[in-house]
Ligand binder design. Structure first.
Ligand code: FES
Ligand SMILES: [Fe+2]
Length: 387
């Protein structure tokens, strides 16, 4: 089967702009963890659909606003995360949790605005939702309900899973010279580990045994044959989902000191469309989140979060001193695989420049479905026949 989109959509600025404005500014996008936002004035600033967006705790409520002052468009928060009221560094205007100006210093003597523009001088606010410990924003003026994007099954699974998240998080960021969509395609590709990760995993690694997969994220079995003619375009909630693979784990001493998620030795992948990949590894004792933020059609910012399952209160004294060491060793181990995946997608990106068609086998149905959804998106927004 030939890809429903051609490689142009991994190379063109026009396709990139459509993704930014029609996908990232109109859907629920993961931005971070609630544990970063527990206290008054805690904030995170992230780029969503090309805009800098701040999510901040204002009197216990999470609010989201465009990181741009209504006076001269100065960025209000300059760090990626921190704890600071909403005060503009340029001329000191401050804002409340509704985005309204609280204080404009020297207002009477220096500004002399009429009442009306003063009242309009509001931050641009966006919608925020949380699913368990995960925080999402939606930049649309009339966002779709978040459950229609992720589906009830996945949402209850995320709530359950994230109740097991520990608050101590190792964060790191890197630049990938490839289109963000390729990073998610490699996550859904079950054959590549035998080859791309052969040096790390050993060359004769058997195919992983699928334990269970969400309905929304189904892979075709080898007895079914995928037929593009009878293909029905997936709805948005069918592009997110999870898969579980059986994986033997070497027990570690700290496993007993945390609240394990699930009871089996599984490696669990969860994809939150459009751009987030969550992994539950070491049989439910630790987690990681990879967030792929598009920078341009050829560049992606990858942010990585690594954390353990929630520590048990009664073992807090034992585990606290070793958490940073465990997280660092996870990060080091994970980086080996991540570097191989990054080298892989960067190789694909370079290979795409010539514009040859891409082939899809049966095992890649998930990626085919996602590309078909993108084909619709581009077509609906004037990129013309992309195939
Ligand atoms: S630009 Fe923000 S107060 Fe002037
Ligand atoms: Fe990989």
């Amino acid at each position: 089967v030939i890809s429903p989109v051609d490689s142009r959509v991994y190379l063109s600025r026009e396709a990139f702009e459509i993704e930014q404005t029609q996908l990232f500014r109109k859907t629920w996008v993961f931005v971070g963890l609630k544990s970063f936002l527990r206290k008054q004035y805690d904030f995170i600033a992230r780029t969503v659909g090309g805009l800098s967006v701040v999510i901040q705790n204002m009197d216990g409520k999470l609010v989201a606003y465009e990181n741009s002052c209504p006076h001269k468009q100065m960025q209000l928060q300059w760090e990626m995360q921190g704890r600071r009221p909403i005060v503009c560094p340029f001329h000191g205007w401050s804002f409340d949790g509704d985005g309204k100006p609280k204080l404009i210093p020297h207002y009477d003597e220096q500004y002399k605005l009429t009442k009306e523009p003063f009242e309009r001088a509001c931050l641009k606010m966006f919608s925020v939702e949380t699913i368990g410990e995960l925080v999402f924003v939606n930049l649309s003026a009339s966002p779709t309900p978040i459950d229609s994007q992720f589906g009830a099954d996945l949402i209850s699974r995320l709530i359950d899973m994230s109740a097991h998240f520990d608050d101590e998080v190792l964060q790191t960021k890197m630049t990938v010279r490839a289109n963000w969509k390729l990073l998610l395609e490699v996550v859904r590709d079950q054959i590549h580990p035998q080859f791309l990760h052969a040096r790390t995993l050993g060359p004769r690694r058997p195919m992983p045994v699928n334990k269970s997969r969400s309905n929304q994220f189904k892979a075709y079995s080898s007895s079914e044959v995928f037929d593009p003619a009878s293909f029905v375009s997936p709805s948005l909630h069918e592009l997110s989902g999870w898969g579980e693979n059986v994986q033997e784990e070497k027990p570690q001493v700290w496993f007993d000191w945390v609240h394990r998620y699930g009871a089996q030795n599984c490696h669990q992948d969860t994809v939150l469309f459009p751009n987030t990949h969550m992994v539950c590894s070491t049989g439910g004792h630790s987690f990681s989140i990879e967030h792929y933020r598009p920078v341009s059609e050829r560049e992606t910012e990858l942010e990585l979060y690594i954390f353990l399952a929630k520590r048990k209160e009664e073992r807090a004294a034992d585990i606290a001193p070793i958490v940073p060491v465990i997280l660092l060793s996870h990060a080091k181990e994970g980086q080996v695989f991540l570097d191989e995946d990054i080298a892989g997608v960067e190789g694909v990106q370079r290979g795409m420049e010539g514009g040859l068609p891409t082939l899809f086998g049966n095992y890649e149905t998930e990626n085919f479905r996602v590309r078909a959804k993108f084909a619709e998106l581009y077509k609906a927004h004037g990129l013309g026949e992309v195939k």
